[in-house]
Design a protein around this ligand. Sequence first.
Ligand SMILES: *Cc1c(COP(=O)(O)O)cnc(C)c1O
Length: 381
Amino acid sequence: MRESKIHTPCYIVQERALKENLEQLAGLARETGCRILLAQKAFSMFRVYPLIGNYLAGTTASGLYEARLGAECMGKENHIFSPAYREEEMGEILSLCGHVVLNSPQQIRRYKRKILAAGRSVGLRVNPECSTQEGHAIYDPCAPGSRLGTTLSQLERALADTPDLLEGIEGLHFHTLCEQDADALAVTLDAVVEKFGVYMTKMKWVNLGGGHHITRPGYHMETLKQCIRRVQKLCGGTVYLEPGEAVALQAGTLRTSVLEITENGVQTAILDASAACHMPDVLEMPYRPPLSGAGLPGEKPFTYRLAGPTCLAGDVIGDYSFDRPLETGDVLEFQDMAIYSMVKNNTFNGMALPDIVLEREDGSRELVRRFGYEDFKGRLS
Ligand SMILES: *Cc1c(COP(=O)(O)O)cnc(C)c1O
C-alpha cells in the first residue's frame, strides 16, 4: 500500500512497536513464570492475534463475544470475567473458556456447579477496597459502592450462610488499577493479602488483573516482579496478569485530514476524525492525545482547536499549536491510538469508521479493513 493510497481517517498499527511491547511482556513471563493474557477489551485487532499469541499465554474476555473472538483468533488460554453472566450464555462460555471468574457469592451459588461439571476452573473476583488512583472514579473498581468484586465483609457474611461456598473455587482475581505503576500494585497487594490472604493460600491461581502500565518507559519492573513472587510464594500456584493497554501501548496512530478552518474568536480546524466517534476516551477519560509535530497552545506560533466533523458541540480533541498555519488537506497524526479506540468506535452522526492499516516491520503497509455504509446500516434497523 503506497502512502498516497492511505485514506483518512485511519488507524495505523505498527507491528514493530507491538512486538517490542510483547517482547517485554514475554520476558517478564519467562523470568517470573507468570502467565500473561491479552485483555481484549482494550485492543481486539484480531488480525494480529497470531502474532500476540506467539508471546502471550492467551486472552481474557469481558463477555461472550470477546471470549469467542479469543478462541477463534488466538486459540490459547481463554479466561472470562463478568459482573453477572446471562444464564443462556453460560453453556457457550463453557465451551470457549477454561477459566471463568465470578463476581459475587450469588454468582457462585448460581453457576459454580455448572462450571465445575464442565471441567472448567472457577475463580472469584475480590474487592480489596484499596483505592490507589485519584480523579478517575469511573475507572476505580474500589470506589465506594462499587459492584466489581466481593468485599471481605460480603464474603464473610456469605460464608456464614454457606460454609462450603469456596469449595471448588480455584482462583482469586483482583483488578483495581488503571494506567498505574507497580508501586500501586504493591500497595494493593498488601490490602489483598491482609484481607484475603487466608483464602489465597488455598488457591491454584491468582489473577492480578490489568491496569499495569508495564511497557511504559520507566515502569518499575522490579517491583512488579517482587509482587509476582510474593503471590507465588503465598499460593504456590500460577500468577496471571491481564494487561490490555500495556500490550498495544504506543503501537498505533490515528491519521486524519484537515477539512476546513473556521474562526470564531478561536481558530478551529475541523478534521475528518471525531473525538466522539473515533477516540471516545479523549472525552470520557478525559485526556489530550499527543499529536506529532504539535505543541501546547501558544507554544508554537499558530494555535488551533482541533475538532471533529459531527454536530456535537463538545466534539473537540483539544487545542494545539503548529509551526505554520494549517490548511485544508493537511494530515495530522494522533499518537497512542491503538488502545481503547477501535474497540469503542461508533457511527454517531453516520460517521464512517476509520480504515485499519497494519504497518509491518519492513515498513510496508497493508489495508486490513475498510468500513462502509453497510457497517453503519448493519447496526440499525
Ligand atoms: C479493563 C480490564 C483489564 C485491562 O485493563 P488495562 O487497563 O487495559 O490494562 C483487565 N482485567 C479486567 C477485569 C478489566 O476490567
